[in-house]
Design a protein around this ligand. Sequence first.
Ligand SMILES: *Cc1c(COP(=O)(O)O)cnc(C)c1O
Length: 373
Amino acid sequence: MTLRFRSFTDVRPEVASFESYEPGLSIAEIAERYGLEKVVKLASNENPFGVSPKVLKVIRDKAGEAFRYPQAGNPRLVKALASFYKVDASRIFLGNGSDEVIDLLFRVRAVPGVHNAVAFKPCFGLYPTQAKMAGVEFRQVPLNPDFTFDFDKLLDVVDEDTTLAFVTSPDNPSGRAADPEDIARFADALPPACLLVVDEAYTEFAGAQCSMLPLLDKHPNTAVMRTFSKVYGLAGMRIGYSVLPPALADYLWRVRLPFSLNILAEEAALAALEDVDFRDRTIRHVQAERKRITEGLQAMGCEVVPSMSNFMMFRPPNGGPGAREMHSGLLLRGVIIRALRSYGLPEWLRVNVGTTEENDLFLQCVRQILEEK
Ligand SMILES: *Cc1c(COP(=O)(O)O)cnc(C)c1O
C-alpha cells in the first residue's frame, strides 16, 4: 500500500481519527464552577490516604538527585520486585505506568494490519486506543449482563492471528473479579501465538486468592500487569510493572525508552514496597468502606455490582433521578464521581472509596438527591 502525504501536517490515518483524551473533572474546576469551598474527588480510583508519609519523606530527601539520569533498566526496583513476589528478575518489566506496558505490548506483539487483540466489552479505555495507534484490530465480546466473564465467548473471537488477549481482574468499571482457575483454563485454550495479559491493577483489594501470579509457572503464556497507582497511592508518579515470559520482558526492555521511569518514581516505588503498614491500612480501609458504601447505596434502593476493588459501580433506583441527574446533582454538592457513558454504560456510575468522611458525604448527597424527587 502506498500512502502519499501531500502536506507537512498530514499524519498517519490511525492518528487522524484519534480524539483527544477526555480528562476527568478537576477539583479546581468544580469548585470554581459551583462556587464551592470543599470538593471531593471519588472518580479516579486514587488512594484515599494520599501518599504514605514514609514515601513522601523519601521523595523529598531524594529530590536533589533529580539532575541525574535514572539507571537504565531500573535494576534496583527490578530486584526489589523480584524478591517481593519471589519471581526471577528476568521476568520483570517496568513502565511509566501500566499505560506504557500496554502500549509497548501492542507495538512488540502485534503487526499492524495482520494481528488482532481481544478483550471483553466494556474494558479499560487504553487497550482499544493503543491498539488503534498500533494499527491492530481490536475485537471485543460483551461481558455477561451481570458483568461476569464468559471466557468461552471471548475464545470464540480468538483466531490464529490473535496475539494479545486482555483480561482485567478485578475489572474496571464493574469491580468484578474472575476466578483464577477460569482464567487459567482460558489461558490453556488459547492458540500458541497468543499471550494472555491479566491486568491486576486492583488485585490487592481483592485478596491474594484472586491473583494469577501463583499460577504463572503452570501457564507460561500468561503475563500479569500491576501498578503503583492504586494501593500504593502513587498514581501521579507513573510506575507500572509486569511479570512476563522472560523472552518478552527482554524485548520490551530493549525497545522501551531508556529513562521512562524517572529517578524519583523509582525511589518512591522502592519505599512504597517496604511500607507494609500503609499498604495493609489502605486495604483494610477499602474493604471495610466498600462494604459500608455498598450497603448504604442498596438501602437507598440503588443497584450495586458486588465489588472486589476500591470502587463500586451502581445505578439509581427506577422512577427517580437517573445516572445523569445523580452525577450532576453530586457535582453541584462538590462530589465528583465517574459517569460511564464513555464505557457504553449510560445508566451506571462509578464511585471509588474515599476517606470515611468523604464516603459519608457521598452517601448523604446521594440520599438528598433521591429524596428531592
Ligand atoms: C488504573 C488502572 C491501571 C493503572 O494504570 P497506570 O498507568 O499504572 O496508572 C491499569 N489498568 C486498569 C484497568 C486501571 O483501571
